[in-house]
Design a protein around this ligand. Structure first.
Ligand SMILES: N[C@@H](CCC(=O)N[C@@H](CS)C(=O)NCC(=O)O)C(=O)O
Length: 326
C-alpha cells in the first residue's frame, strides 16, 4: 500500500492522524470522458471518442469500485469493444501489481506495477494509485480513474457501436438515482471502509452505526419495491450490489461490520441473489480474489495474512423478487 509523490512511489498507509482516526477517501484525479463523438464530457478534456478496440480497462477483481465497471462492460455488451485485464489480488508494499506470464499480466506494456501506468500518463503524478483505470491506447494516457464516471460512459457512449441501448441511468430517474447513490456511497459503499480502516474506537462506532442504520433503511425500502429506484434496475442497484456481495465474506469479519450479515436481511439477501443471477454477472464475481485481497493486503488489520475458509454463501439459490413482477 502506498502512493506516488511527484512520480515517485512511497510505501505508506492511509494517514488518519489529522481526522480523528477517520478514513477519508481521496478524490480521483483523471476525470476525462469518452463520448460518442469525442466532444468533452462533464469534466476534463475532449478528444476521447468511443471507438472499438481503443480503450483498455484495468481492474482488480477484488475491488468493489472496479467491479462496477466490469459489470457494466458485461451488461452493455462491451466485451469485444473494450479490452480488460486484472491485477494480482494482493496489494502490498508496491501497491497493485501485475503478474508477468500469467493472465494477471499487463497486456499493454508488461509493467510490473500499476503505479507505472499512472506515471506513464503523468510522470509527475501525486496521489493514490487506484483501480479501476480506463486507458486510451491511442493517446497513451488515462481517460479516467473514477468508477462512477466510467460506468456512465459505458452506459451510453458506445451505444452506436454495440447497438445496446439498455439504460441504467434513465433521464426520468436521474434525480432519484443520484439521491440513492449519495446515501449508499457515504454510509454503505464507503461506510464499510470507514468502519474497517478506522483507527479509533469512536471513528469505528460512528461508521458502524451509520452503516447498519442505512442497511435497515434499505431493507425497508426493498420490502416495497424490487429495486432501489422503483421497478427498474438502475445504476444505483449495481453500485450497492458490489458492496453487498463482498459483505458476509469480508466486511463482517475483516472490517468488523458484524451487527448483522446480509443473509440476515430477508429483502436485501433476496435482492443480492436477484442481481447476481442477471446473465453475465456471476462471472464478474471472483470470491477468491476478493477474500485474498482484503485479508492479505491489510496487514495492520490482519497481520498473519491468514484467509478464512468460509463462509458458505449460495448466490445461485432461488430468490423471491419476481413477486414484484418482472
Ligand atoms: N473513487 C475511486 C476509488 C477506487 C479505489 O479506491 N480503489 C481501491 C481498491 S478497492 C484502490 O485501488 N485503492 C488503492 C489505494 O487506495 O492506494 C473509484 O470509485 O474509482
Amino acid at each position: 500500500m502506498g502512493l506516488l509523490v511527484d512520480g515517485q512511489w512511497h510505501d505508506k498507509w492511509y494517514d488518519t492522524s489529522k481526522s480523528g482516526g477517520r478514513f477519508e477517501r481521496s478524490e480521483s484525479q483523471f476525470r476525462n470522458w469518452v463520448t460518442a463523438d469525442g466532444s468533452a464530457g462533464l469534466t476534463g478534456k475532449g478528444g476521447f471518442k468511443a471507438e472499438s478496440g481503443r480503450y483498455h480497462l484495468y481492474v482488480s477483481f477484488a475491488c468493489p469500485w472496479a467491479h462496477r465497471t466490469l459489470i457494466f462492460r458485461k451488461l452493455k455488451g462491451l466485451e469485444d469493444v473494450i479490452t480488460v485485464s486484472a491485477v494480482a489480488p494482493e496489494m502490498l508494499s508496491n501497491g497493485w501489481e501485475f503478474r508477468a506470464g500469467t493472465d494477471l499480466a499487463d497486456p499493454l506494456f508488461d509493467s510490473k506495477f500499476m503505479h507505472q501506468i499512472y506515471t506513464r500518463a503523468d510522470e509527475n503524478y501525486s496521489g493514490r494509485v487506484t483501480v479501476p483505470v480506463l486507458w486510451d491506447k491511442q493517446k497513451n494516457t488515462v481517460v479516467s480513474n473514477e468508477s462512477a464516471d466510467i460506468i456512465r460512459m459505458f452506459n451510453n457512449a458506445f451505444n452506436d457501436i454495440t447497438g445496446n441501448t439498455d439504460d441504467y441511468y434513465p433521464q426520468e430517474l436521474q434525480a432519484a438515482i443520484d439521491e440513492v447513490n449519495g446515501f449508499v456511497y457515504d454510509n454503505i459503499n464507503n461506510g464499510v471502509y470507514k468502519s474497517g480502516f478506522a483507527t479509533t474506537q469512536e471513528a469505528y462506532e460512528e461508521a458502524f452505526d451509520n452503516l447498519f442504520k442505512a442497511l435497515d433503511q434499505v431493507e425497508q425500502q426493498l420490502a416495497g419495491s424490487r429495486y432501489l429506484a422503483g421497478s427498474v434496475l438502475t445504476e444505483a442497484d449495481w453500485r450497492l450490489f458490489t458492496t453487498l456481495v463482498r459483505f458476509d465474506a469480508v466486511y463482517v469479519g475483516h472490517f468488523k461490520c458484524n451487527q448483522k450479515r446480509i443473509v440476515d436481511y430477508p429483502n436485501i439477501w433476496n435482492f443480492v441473489r436477484d442481481l447476481y443471477q442477471v446473465p453475465g454477472v456471476a462471472e464478474t464475481v471472483r470470491m477468491d480474489h476478493i477474500k485474498t485481497h482484503y485479508y492479505v493486503s491489510h496487514d495492520m488489520i490482519n497481520p498473519t495474512g491468514v484467509v478464512p475458509k468460509g463462509p458458505e454463501i449460495d448466490f445461485t439459490a432461488p430468490h423471491d423478487r419476481n413477486k414484484f413482477g418482472g
